[in-house]
Design a protein around this ligand. Structure first.
Ligand code: ADP
Ligand code: MG
Length: 578
């Protein structure tokens, strides 16, 4: 349980404000996250990290000299939005490009990927290195699909040290990739974690058991075995990690023993002894270990062990000094600090994404259409609010349980943004709604629903519902498949969207409402059929088997929205809704 919560809605904001107040000499709050208090010297690569909150010291606590220039901070366990990443990155970049590094999670990949595209149109070059250290999340043959957990710290530290030394963007990227390729982690959970304000944990570990392969978002682990003593825990961690010793590793290893939240330092030290004895028995030389809370999962009871096998170049970077709120290595820093105000001479890059000034008023007909946009979005929001618990439960089966809350947050923000932008016309209102949905919902589905609304914006200024329906259905499906890269059968929202689109394209004659009802029926039965599938995409993939027998949350929420749209069309056509 989280005891000190305040308003759960503002938990992350307040935690970040507190962090920046305590460490005002090191970090400062900006829109989207946290940046160094003293800007980077001109001509240095900026290392930017990020992800959901709830993992402190990842990510905000790792901002400082010798490590990250900034951290993009999402909501608890939810990826930050593209807008947040654009804001943080444009704040810190210092003319030599940006190395963006984060754990490999679908939502983060979508939002950060979109941010990288936007930044490139602003003239900022960003290279991405995904952290993929968790050996429990995919087999070695699919190492690129693995999630990032405590190995984050290794990759961030190496990139940060290289940037601090003045390495160029190519070198920082190469070194970060090399660090990731030589880093492996395995975790064990003894007890679940609880979201701030929630009364029940996200998951539980059965009494007398331990769960091997835990994720850091409360994703259930891969196998449950009887709770072992210290030696048994050390064996369970070390065995699989040594089996995956990377090619080219010599006898040096950096062990990082991490508490996921509630395991205290002294307990960790006890476990560390058992780990170190085993490593030495294997003829391995231990170098500059770490032991403590490195990448956590709220108050989860659990540990993870990371083994980083450096070569000479990486070993040198690992020992370099760093000074951040949560991570300090002694030694002289190499001086990538510009000093206060040093950047004032450089023209600031402005985010073109958040329209700040008032937009010109649109034509009366466009304003009329904007009110229809608001009405449609309101219908969607009401439907999603009513289904919030059901969607959350579905997502808890093999995902992280946030689909209901994410869809409610996103659609609520979309209604507010579209309402505020009504006088700018239908297309602008939909653009504003798209941005707001993606920004407030976070997560994979937030990015995808942002893309759906954005794809519809050019279509809503002309024509009637029946003439625009085909184009809208095509655009929505393309937006999701282009951004997410999934295909039908992967167990995603596309599984109900594609039959919905096809039903619309196949309909001849009849009213728009009738077409939408037929399409909604197709979406509903397709969503139900996803329970027979195993997920190939997104957070649920590592736990594919658990998902069998349950519908995909995103496919189900789309089907609910399709039904609500059909009812709205009937009521506006004056037909009885069914
Ligand atoms: P997250 O997975 O980031 O927690 P949500 O829980 O809000 O985000 O949404 C999960 C849903 O997103 C899944 O049920 C699935 O329908 C959809 N999804 C995940 N990845 C993709 C993808 N690549 N393409 C299309 N839909 C996806
Ligand atoms: Mg989810």
């Amino acid at each position: 349980m989280t005891t000190v919560v305040g308003d759960p809605e503002h938990f992350v904001d307040e935690a970040l404000a507190g962090l920046c107040a305590v460490h005002a000499d090191l970090v400062r709050r900006v829109d989207g996250g946290v940046v160094r208090a003293h800007p980077l010297a001109e001509g240095h690569v900026a290392v930017v990290i990020g992800g959901g909150s709830g993992h402190y010291p990842a990510f905000a606590g790792l901002v400082g000299e010798g490590l990250a220039a900034g951290a993009v901070c999402g909501n608890i366990f939810a990826s930050p939005s593209a807008r947040q990443a654009v804001d943080v990155i444009s704040e810190v970049e210092a003319g030599a490009g940006v190395l963006l590094s984060y754990g490999n999670y679908a939502g983060d990949v979508l939002h950060f990927g979109e941010a990288v595209q936007r930044l490139s149109t602003m003239g900022i070059e960003v290279r991405t290195v995904l952290v993929t250290d968790d050996i429990a999340s995919a087999p070695a043959s699919q190492a690129g699909q693995r999630r990032g957990i405590a190995g984050d710290l290794v990759v961030f530290k190496i990139a940060g040290a290289a940037a601090e030394r003045g390495a160029d963007l190519d070198s920082v990227e190469r070194l970060a990739q090399a660090a990731n390729a030589r880093t492996r982690t395995l975790g064990i959970a003894f007890g679940g974690c609880t979201l701030p304000g929630a009364s029940e944990p996200l998951f539980r570990v059965a009494e007398g058991m331990m769960s091997i392969g835990l994720g850091i978002h409360g994703e259930p682990a891969i196998t449950d075995v009887p709770l072992a003593d210290v030696d048994g825990i050390a064996d369970a961690l070390i065995g699989p990690l040594l089996d995956e010793r990377p090619d080219g590793a010599d006898d040096r290893v950096v062990p990082l023993l991490n508490s996921l939240g509630s395991i205290g330092d002294e307990e960790l030290f006890v476990l560390y002894n058992a780990v170190a004895r085993r490593l030495e028995a294997h003829g391995v030389r231990i170098m500059e270990p770490e032991c403590g809370r490195l990448v956590t999962s709220l108050d989860m009871s659990g540990v993870s062990l990371t083994l980083f096998w450096p070569d000479d170049e990486l070993a040198g970077l690992w020992t370099d000094a760093a000074h951040t709120p949560a991570y300090r290595k002694p030694g002289a820093l190499r001086g990538a600090v510009g000093g206060r105000g040093s950047r004032s001479s450089r023209p600031r890059v402005h985010s073109a994404q958040s329209p700040s000034g008032p937009l010109a008023d649109a034509s009366p007909s466009s304003i009329m259409r904007a009110t229809v946009v608001v009405e449609v979005l309101t219908t969607i929001r009401d439907e999603l609010m009513a289904a919030e618990d059901e969607l959350g439960r579905l997502d808890q089966v093999a995902g992280d349980g946030d689909h209901g809350i994410g869809m409610t947050r996103g659609s609520t923000a979309a209604v507010e943004a579209a309402t505020a932008a009504t006088t700018s016309g239908a297309s602008a209102a939909l653009q504003a709604a798209a941005e707001a949905w993606s920004d407030r919902a976070g997560g994979t589905s937030g990015a995808l629903w942002g893309a759906i609304l954005r794809s519809l914006a050019p279509l809503v200024e002309h024509g009637s519902l029946s003439t625009m329906l085909d184009d809208a259905a095509r655009a929505a499906v393309s937006a999701v498949s282009d951004l997410g890269g999934a295909v039908v059968g992967d167990k995603t929202m596309l599984d109900s969207m594609v039959p919905w689109r096809d039903a619309i394209l196949a309909s001849t004659g009849g009213s728009a409402a009738a077409t939408l009802h037929t399409a909604a029926d197709a979406a509903a039965s397709a969503a139900a059929s996803t329970s027979a599938l195993t997920p190939q995409r997104g957070r649920a993939r590592p736990l594919a088997e658990r998902s069998l027998g349950h519908a995909d949350p995103g496919a189900q929420s789309f089907a609910l929205i399709a039904a609500a749209l059909a009812r709205l069309a009937s009521s506006t056509e004056g037909h009885p809704s069914s």
